[in-house]
Design a protein around this ligand. Structure first.
Ligand SMILES: Cc1ncc(COP(=O)(O)O)c(C=O)c1O
Length: 362
């Protein structure tokens, strides 16, 4: 086993190439959580003929793009702001809110805490409990909210646990937060993969709640992390105005504008993605549930978290076994609350999933 201190993000293929001597083109990333179907066929067909779009500046207000996002999400254009990936919007939003004390449901994506601490804020984690399979106990959680907290961050479905909060529970959280004057940021990067998206997405709640901002992107579901196109949905007009004022102009390039407009309307591709992920999610969960080596947590997104139950077997050892076969999984030991016995992988094409399962279950 190669001993290394590095932990790899799904985008660290160059690092892997150096350490393991495997060409990055030969690696299948089960770690980046990107749609295995690749980009929308309609986008592939049309984008080349649109290339002259880069000869002009994009529309500063991004009206056409925001309208296609509003149609896709079933909301109004006034509620949409676009960004250079959801990352720009997470950062911008936290810079504007300047939370002194933020609460994050963990374990989760690390970028929220990083941004909060860059602004000088303090983060406290509310831990999702393993003995409840990382599903939130909403009443207990609400009892821990207090007026000294100014921001709550929820990733829904959550990376890396794959668990999700439904609309009923989200309403309870938003009501409790309203009473304590807490703003809620919900990262819905993975929501479009959920079978019951209508019960999980908080977009309809923005009609009645002003204390929520939802973040989404095209990196995962539309397999376009290199395009850097994200968006936020929020009905607080003052906050939207402040975000627009603070944002650098033209951070979304003209190709992303054209690409976004095309792919949000490719309903055949959207349907095919949802169908593939639902089938593979059910199949892989059932398969790993039968194994005594792993405990899988019921996933709602396009990836699954597993606890390694076999004594002495670590996440790094499994990472090593898989990468030697060209398959890159996520060693979860860097996530808060997860030790050396957790791995995560996303659902790829059926043959690749079979290959990974064979290695992990051997
Ligand atoms: C939960 C979550 N939010 C946001 C991001 C970043 O997304 P984007 O590429 O849209 O900036 C990631 C990337 O891994 C993620 O897992």
């Amino acid at each position: 086993m190669i001993k290394h201190k590095d932990h790899f993000h799904g985008s660290d293929l160059e690092k892997i190439e150096k350490i393991y001597g495997i060409k990055k083109e030969d690696i299948i990333s089960f770690s980046a959580n990107v749609n295995p179907l690749g980009i929308s066929p309609r986008l592939r067909e049309k984008i080349a003929s649109e290339i002259d779009c880069i000869t002009t500046y994009p529309d500063r207000d991004y009206v056409t793009l925001r309208q296609s996002i509003a149609d896709y999400c079933n909301t109004e254009i006034e509620n949409i702001i676009v960004g250079n990936g959801s990352t720009e919007l997470i950062s911008l939003f936290i810079q504007i809110k300047e939370p002194k004390k933020a609460m994050i449901l963990g374990p989760t994506y690390s970028e929220y805490e990083r941004e909060i601490s860059l602004g000088g804020g303090k983060t406290i984690y509310y831990p999702l409990r393993e003995d409840n399979d990382y599903v939130l106990d909403v009443n207990h959680f609400i009892s821990k909210l207090s007026e000294d907290i100014d921001l709550l961050v929820i990733c829904n479905p959550n990376n890396p646990t794959g668990t999700a909060i439904n609309n009923h529970d989200m309403r309870l959280i938003l009501d409790a937060c309203k009473e304590c004057d807490i703003f809620v940021m919900v990262d819905e990067t993975y929501v479009e993969f959920a079978e019951n998206i209508k019960e999980i997405s908080s977009v309809p709640l923005t009609r009645t709640y002003g204390n929520i901002v939802i973040l989404r992107g095209t990196s995962k579901f539309f397999a376009a992390p290199g395009l850097r196109l994200g968006y936020a949905i929020c009905s607080d007009a003052d906050l939207m105005q402040t975000m627009n004022r603070r944002k650098d102009p033209w951070t979304i390039n003209s190709i992303a504008v054209v690409a976004g407009t095309i792919m949000f309307s490719d309903s055949e591709y959207i349907e095919a993605t949802r169908k593939l992920i639902t089938t593979e999610r059910n199949r892989m969960y059932d398969l790993f549930k039968k194994s005594s080596r792993f405990k899988p947590y019921k996933p709602q997104g396009n990836f699954m978290l597993l606890q390694i139950m076999e004594d002495g077997l670590t996440s790094q050892e499994l990472f090593d076994r898989c990468i030697k076969e060209g398959l890159m999984i996520r060693d979860c030991s860097t996530f808060p609350y997860l030790g050396e016995n957790y791995i995560r992988f996303c659902f790829m094409n059926p043959e690749d999933n079979d290959k990974l399962a064979a290695i992990l279950l051997k």
